[in-house]
Design a protein around this ligand. Structure first.
Ligand SMILES: C[S@@+](CC[C@H](N)C(=O)[O-])C[C@H]1O[C@@H](n2cnc3c(N)ncnc32)[C@H](O)[C@@H]1O
Length: 193
């Protein structure tokens, strides 16, 4: 691990300890988990990608590396310090950092003239969020996802899989052991109604 990565890990730890109720973990996703999260995405055809709960940008960096030069990434993050960190770290015109709640996905897609999303990648800790808020964010995500679009979510437990099965009607689950804690990547498709 480079010195910069070590510093990032320590900063993330400090900020997440202070805000455990919204961050939901004390460690950032490992590179194996980041890769597992973006693997289901069709980067050749994805022009609009949305990331929810971007933190300090560890998954964001992987998405930016893989996405097309003419694609856009809308990254939502509630925490100001994490957003400032991302603003400092990324100088990329394709990235729009949204320091606001993921529930406003529709407002920001519209405001930025982006239409519907080809893919949504989320690390929002829905296990510690009230169920009605979880469902309202997920319903909004489905509404603003293109048909055949992909929704990807990480979790450290299989218990919340019902949220995605109930919202999208389908789910494919992959286990990523090389993360602290080990994690699951849940992948859903928006199918024709
Ligand atoms: C588990 S951390 C993930 C950070 C990073 N994406 C990673 O994989 O390491 C979850 C992040 O979601 C953010 N978050 C929680 N609820 C949110 C919401 N409703 N809208 C936007 N971000 C939210 C938290 O502030 C936190 O940074």
């Amino acid at each position: 691990m480079s010195n910069n990565q070590q510093m990032g890990t320590i900063k993330f730890f400090k900020e997440s300890i202070k805000n455990l109720k919204t961050v939901g973990t004390i460690t950032r996703s490992s590179k194996y988990l980041c890769k597992g999260m973006i693997k289901p995405l069709d980067f050749e055809n994805a022009k609009v990608i949305v990331e929810l709960g971007a933190g300090d940008g560890v998954v964001t960096a992987h998405i930016l590396k893989a996405m097309a030069p003419d694609a856009k990434l809308l990254a939502f993050e509630l925490n100001k310090k994490f957003c400032d960190e991302m603003r400092q770290k990324f100088k990329d015109d394709r990235l729009i950092i949204v320091e606001d709640d993921a529930s406003k996905i529709g407002t920001y897609l519209k405001e930025n003239g982006l239409g519907k999303a080809d893919a949504i990648v989320s690390a929002i800790p829905f296990t510690i969020i009230p169920e009605d808020i979880t469902y309202s964010i997920l319903t909004s995500c489905k509404e603003h996802l293109k048909e055949e679009g992909t929704y990807v979510q990480i979790h450290y437990s299989l218990l919340p899989k019902k949220y995605y099965k109930n919202t999208f009607g389908n789910i494919d689950i992959r286990f990523i052991p090389l993360n602290v804690p080990p994690a699951w990547v849940m992948v859903c498709k928006k199918t024709k109604a």
